[in-house]
Design a protein around this ligand. Structure first.
Ligand code: EPZ
Length: 414
């Protein structure tokens, strides 16, 4: 890509990757056919579909794009290493398999670019519900003759642990209380889907979720919520390149804190009947602000690479603090420095001194969000920028190059 001036036009926001994957896992809970609408066409969805298919579940796209999932009577409750290794989120099949089949063999997820990502809270929570685990050769062998509702207090509002517990508790005997639960909008979307399958989940989206276990569930249809991280990516793009865009389908109520931060930086964002309107008028540079990532409703850690990229050409110095993942969720900083950014790292902090202009360079995408941020940097960097490792971006973004080009950007897939 090369700079091509201000962005203009409308982008339709895809369905949320971080909800769609969990909704697909939830189909393991009951036999029958499910229709899931607005499931994004991204590689992670393909991997989850492959995982379900390897268990004997039929998954296909209907002509209108709806994902049709047919779960037959038989299901092989196993998640092999080849698939778990490609996508950590596969671990979320553990809860529904235990709840529905009383057993599961799931490969232990390894680390990734963010460093070690333990699943201790998943396992401790499921153990409290009555599951038992043995580990050998990198495989978790899980058993549960009967899951019993109980109170689980999470050490940290982990998204994955909250979802795995939720997916197990819906078929457990009695009441489960998940305290210090994650409050991300994707959790509430999963709970809404489970309730439409006949579950009794209350309090999703708050720090305390209460689940009354039921005997059985039935299939349901659902429309995935919009992807707030994808929407944030296009907000960052217009913030960097200037112009005026509309994000059709985006939900302002899922992005309050980010919209507030962008406003302080000089990006105007407002809610419309269609979704979100955003603009960065004129040539004035963005204003530097400090940012700390936090669990929802704080500033999401997934927004951080985008915000660091915006700060790299802002007027002033911004201090960014990572509070959700380990210190090394800054793998992309070296790539931004190659483009002339002035960023210094100290443990969980990045100090970003804005420069007048970045310069285009060949850079490597280390993961989904960092890859997208490097593309956004390339929209304004002088000369040509080539982002390799685009397969990372394809894991979470539907046709990013096409959507940016539709807004007037000079971007293409090589
Ligand atoms: C989900 O990951 C998202 N992934 C991530 O988005 C997102 O960054 C993250 O939530 C935080 O919002 C999906 O939904 C597929 P966590 P998850 O459990 O569930 C520690 C993207 O780009 N922890 O909330 O894995 C953990 O190490 C991805 O779309 C434990 O210590 O995140 C981390 O430091 C990247 N033990 C923190 O909690 C546990 O048992 C938050 O992790 C579980 C988590």
């Amino acid at each position: 890509m090369r700079p091509a001036g201000e962005l203009e036009g409308t982008v339709t926001v895809q369905g949320a990757k971080n909800s769609a994957l969990k909704l697909m896992a939830a189909t393991l809970l009951a036999e029958g056919e499910y229709l899931l609408r607005r499931v994004p066409r991204i590689n992670d969805v393909e991997i989850m579909a492959e995982l379900l298919t390897s268990m004997g579940v039929a998954v296909h796209r209907a002509a209108d794009g709806t994902l049709v999932v047919r779960r037959g009577a038989d299901c092989l409750p196993e998640a092999p290493y080849e698939l778990v290794e490609r996508m950590r989120a596969s671990i979320v099949v553990l809860g529904p398999l235990l709840a529905r089949f009383g057993r599961a063999r799931v490969a232990m997820p390894g680390g990734d670019n963010f460093g070690s990502r333990p699943i201790d809270m998943h396992l401790r929570g499921l153990e409290a519900l009555g599951a038992s685990f043995s580990f050998s050769h990198g495989i978790i062998d899980a058993r549960a003759d009967l899951l019993r509702g109980t109170k689980v207090v999470l050490d940290f509002p982990s998204v994955g642990a909250t979802e795995n517990l939720l997916l197990a508790a819906v078929l457990a005997k009695g009441t489960t209380v998940i305290d210090n639960a994650a409050r991300e909008p994707e959790i509430a979307d999963l709970a809404a889907f489970l309730n439409s399958m006949g579950a009794t989940v209350g309090g999703a989206g708050s720090a305390t979720i209460v689940v009354e276990g039921v005997e059985e569930l039935t299939p349901a249809d659902h429309e995935v919520i919009p992807d707030r991280i994808e929407a944030a990516t296009y907000l960052a793009a217009v913030g960097m390149a200037g112009g005026e865009i509309v994000l059709a389908g985006a939900r302002a109520d899922h992005m309050d804190m980010l919209i507030h931060k962008l406003g302080a930086m000089g990006v105007r964002v407002s809610e419309t009947s269609e979704g979100l309107w955003a603009a960065r008028p004129g040539r004035r540079r963005l204003t530097a602000v400090d940012i700390a990532t936090l669990p929802y409703p704080g500033v999401a850690t997934d927004y951080k690479p985008l915000l660091v990229t915006m700060l790299s050409t802002a007027d002033g110095v911004g201090v960014v603090t990572e509070n959700v993942f380990a210190a090394n969720r800054y793998a992309y900083v070296a790539e931004l420095q190659r483009m002339g950014a002035d960023i210094s790292l100290a443990s969980h902090h990045a100090v970003v001194r804005g420069v007048a202009r970045l310069s285009g360079a060949p850079v490597k995408a280390p993961d989904i969000r960092a890859g997208a941020a490097l593309v956004v940097a390339g929209l304004v960097a002088e000369g040509e920028t080539v982002v390799s490792g685009a397969h990372h971006i394809d894991r979470g973004y539907e046709d990013m190059a096409g959507k940016l080009a539709a807004l007037g950007a000079d971007v293409r897939r090589a």
